[in-house]
Design a protein around this ligand. Structure first.
Ligand code: FAD
Length: 807
């Protein structure tokens, strides 16, 4: 075994082998994979081997499509058969709500290049003969589904990697990992040490244990999972004979089942409700090529549905039940990327669908390690979407919930209950008593809307029970004044002698003068966005507010770019600082009543920032509002938050102050064409494309990160444009990820939208190619499978001249 390597990959499951292959293919050949046993000694060997292109997140779906397209290449390169059968499949809907969901999937598939088609239940039964069509209302056909040989694929990755110069060391167990003073990693194994620049944790079932070697508690947990294999079935033999083809895949969402042909019989797996965690706290190192005891009682309810939906199963015997463990992150998506605070330590774990996602994970990670960027939008699987709040107990609750809901519908207005409430602010009980309906953002409870007694969200794809109440919250803001809690923003304090210089380099904007704020786009080296913030110059320090869900993501970036001399310090304030916002034409009058500071438009204009007391509470107040109205954001230590809230509410009483939640905020920002991070602003868009170029100081002397590429984007114009559309919607608005059509062809995708109650318009924001971005007509946006006429709304629907906001 070599004693030094550029990269050590820990784990010879499908994911580790894919990472190794991709690193070697990308040109890093001084790489070694360490496997404690034979390859595939974790969850890989007993997988059902199914592969699918669809995923809730379109960017993950793209990587799944890539994974499936890769198998031919690795088979050819390695000479190792992968056993790929691209049978195609049907996704079955037993309810109208499920069919609506599937229509959304088809819409996404249109711009992802995934060939999906809505078909009737009868047509589905013609394609997959075991279906009882009377149990379904429709289906979607996917030509890119299939199955493969898990061991063959893993060995093909490994052999192909070896051919390219990578090494694989079997029976080499990593026992500890130590960071040396020179920054290199000492990987300690039962066969000696390897010194490496980079370590990849692809430990699968042992990813937690490998993480613990470097002091990391990763939010992953293994669940038991069962599938059965039947005896040979005459229906299968008949079909094979009659058509010369295999029986295609089927996913029966409402039965929570997946099916495929396995030799002369069928394989049926289920994500049962009464699920079971495996090795809750510690995965045993002596677990290897063994299976767990099957428990047919646990899966019996799902099987009963299966036997009804696929009657041929009633007449056949079960040959074998496989029960094996595999790991999940709390939301079911992989954990990939560099770990904040551990330079050179990477993770590729929590991959629950290794045969659909393993290739994409390997590609993204190798790009990231070699090029400094994953090369795709992989937010949905970035390890940085979790912070320290994702504790072991939280992970346990969420993974169990996610497993049991693997095939369940999640409606756009549906909030999932497990692991909550976790983080709350001091106002939690107060706002709950006012009817707050809670959502969750980065573990924090956030008011979505305020419900009168007896009214709750009715889960739906269409406008629902909250509609009229959110409308009232919006009206309170636009007609008088509204108050909302905004503690879910990420807040950062930047101090030190080098702070101004550093901020000038890390942000693409011009730095604001003392007492002023500015919008601050942050770019990567390739000139694309990696953040959008509000940057405030407050006395001797800098205050930065940004997307709450991206706190860890942004801290990873900030810290990686801090000067080594300690001249700049940055702290993520988390809930050490809470927030309130007031907005609406009466907001200034409310503020003036509770502070002695001069808040007149002259003394405290738009984008001013100052410390001032609100009632008795010391606060930091900025004159800015995401509602696009006259408004203020108020930052306050949690111990004072109640006092500030009460003072504002009392002062607002005479103006009819109302509480508003994040759904009303969404309705308000949409009529101002304001985008938000992780929706409109993502790391695949440049500032010109996203319409944030007006905040980029292209001419400033400082060589801010991404300047050269940003100048090139400005010169060449990029390829896309973010646009707001008014949609002729009827009773359902866009959610996000719908297809945008132009002249009968799919040309773009929706990033977010909703109903702008004040303007009484259904709004969608999304990206289209720049060539058509200013066309007056021809656009349609697909909602629940129906195309609706849409028009570009260039000027904001509300306060286009900024008179309210700046006045
Ligand atoms: C019953 C069942 C059915 C499934 N069906 C499907 C399916 O149809 N389709 C699909 O896509 N997925 C399926 N899966 C999931 C799939 O198996 C996983 O997504 C995949 O195996 C994850 O691979 P991995 O490489 O991350 O982890 P693992 O396969 O667990 O590999 C980790 C490897 O790391 C090694 N290792 C760990 N720690 C160390 C150390 N300290 N030193 C050296 N080596 C170490 C282990 O020995 C192991 O070989 C199924 C899983 C189960 C259990």
């Amino acid at each position: 075994m070599k004693s030094h390597a550029k990269v050590v990959v820990i784990g010879g499951g499908v994911v580790g082998c894919s990472v190794l292959f991709h690193l070697a293919r990308h040109g890093w050949t001084d790489v070694v994979l360490l496997e404690r046993d034979e390859l595939t000694s974790g969850s890989t060997w007993h997988a059902a081997g199914g592969m699918h292109t669809i995923n809730g997140d379109p960017n993950v779906a793209k990587l799944q499509k890539y994974t499936i397209s890769l198998y031919k290449e690795i088979e050819e390169l390695s000479g190792q058969a992968t056993g790929v059968h691209l049978t195609g499949g049907v996704l079955l809907a037993a309810t109208e709500a499920r069919l609506d969901w599937l229509r959304g999937v088809v819409s996404k598939g249109r711009y992802l290049g995934i060939d999906l088609e809505v078909i009737s239940a009868k047509e589905a039964a013609e394609l997959m003969p075991l279906i009882d069509p009377s149990k379904f209302v429709g289906a979607v056909r996917n030509k890119e589904d299939g199955h493969l040989d898990p061991s063959g694929v893993t060995h093909a990755y490994a052999k192909a990697a070896r051919k390219l110069g990578a090494e694989v060391e079997r029976f080499t167990k990593v026992e500890d990992i130590v960071r040396r003073p020179d920054g290199l990693w000492r990987v300690i194994t039962n066969k000696g040490d390897v010194i490496a620049e980079h370590v990849v944790n692809a430990g699968g079932l042992w990813a937690r244990e490998v993480g613990r070697m470097v002091g990391l508690e990763l939010p992953v947990l293994a669940m038991e999972h069962m599938y059965l294999i039947t005896e040979d079935m005459p229906e299968v033999a008949d079909w094979n004979k009659k058509t010369g083809t295999e029986i295609i895949h089927a996913v029966d969402f409402d039965g929570e089942l997946y099916l495929r042909q396995e030799r002369g019989g069928m394989l049926m797996g289920t994500y049962e409700k009464a699920n079971k965690v495996w090795s809750e706290f510690q995965t045993p190192w002596n677990f290897g090529h063994e299976l767990l005891e099957p428990d047919i009682d646990r899966i019996a309810p799902s099987l009963e549905v299966g036997f009804r939906h696929f009657p041929a199963f009633q007449k056949t015997g079960i040959k074998q039940i496989i029960n094996g463990p595999f790991t999940f992150a709390p939301d079911g998506n992989p954990l990939v990327g560099p770990v904040r605070g551990l330079p050179g330590f990477w993770v590729a774990c929590g991959v629950m669908a290794g045969f659909s996602q393993g290739g994409g994970v390997g590609l993204a990670l190798s790009n990231w390690m070699i090029e400094g960027d994953p090369g795709a939008d992989i937010w949905a699987m970035d390890v940085a979407r979790y912070g320290d709040w994702a504790t072991m107990a939280y992970t346990n609750a969420k993974v169990r919930e996610n497993y049991s809901r693997r095939f369940s519908i999640r409606f756009p207005n549906e909030e999932l209950p497990a692991g909550r409430p976790l983080k709350t602010t001091p106002l939690y009980d107060t706002l709950a008593a006012r009817g707050a309906q809670w959502g969750v953002s980065y573990g924090l409870e956030v008011p979505l809307w305020y419900a009168p007694d007896g009214v709750r969200d009715e889960f739906s794809w269409r406008r629902s029970t909250d509609f009229e109440h959110v409308a009232k919250e919006v009206a309170a803001v636009r007609n008088g004044v509204g108050l909302s809690e905004i503690s879910n923003f990420a807040k950062y304090k930047v101090t030190g002698d080098g702070a101004a210089g550093w901020l000038d380099r890390i942000f693409a904007c011009k730095l604001p003068k003392r007492g002023r704020m500015t919008l601050a786009p942050m770019l990567k080296d390739d000139g694309r966005l990696i953040g959008d913030f509000t940057l405030a110059n407050v006395d001797a320090e800098w205050f930065v507010a940004g997307s709450g869900i991206a706190e860890q993501y942004h801290m990873r970036w900030f810290e990686a770019h801090l000067p080594k001399d300690g001249s700049v310090r940055i702290e993520a304030l988390g809930q050490k600082l809470t927030g309130l916002a007031i907005a609406g034409p009466k907001a200034r009058e409310v503020l003036a009543k509770v502070t002695r500071a001069d808040v007149s438009n002259k003394a405290f204009p738009f984008m001013a920032v100052a410390r001032m007391d609100i009632g008795m509470a010391p606060c930091l107040v900025g004159r800015v509002s995401y509602t696009g109205d006259l408004g203020y954001e108020i930052w306050v230590a949690p111990e004072y938050q109640r006092a500030a809230y009460q003072a504002l509410l009392a002062a607002g009483e005479e103006f009819g102050i109302g509480l508003f939640g994040s759904r009303a905020l969404n309705a308000l920002r949409l009529e101002k064409n304001y985008g938000s991070w992780a929706r409109e602003y993502r790391p695949i868009y440049g500032p010109v494309e996203a319409g944030l170029d007006r905040f980029v100081a292209y001419g400033k002397d400082t060589d801010f990160i991404g300047k050269e590429a940003a100048l090139a984007e400005r010169r060449e114009g990029g390829t896309l444009r973010l646009r707001a559309f008014i949609v002729d919607a009827v009773d359902a608005d866009v959610i996000g990820d719908e297809a945008i059509w132009h002249d009968g062809v799919v040309r773009g995708w929706v990033t977010s939208g909703g109903y702008a109650h004040n303007s009484k318009k259904s709004v969608a924001m999304g990206y289209v190619p720049k060539e058509i971005a200013d066309r007056p007509d021809g656009f349609e946006i697909e909602i629940l499978g129906q195309r609706h006429a849409a028009r570009i709304q260039a000027a904001p629907l509300f306060d286009a001249n900024f008179e309210r906001m700046r006045g």
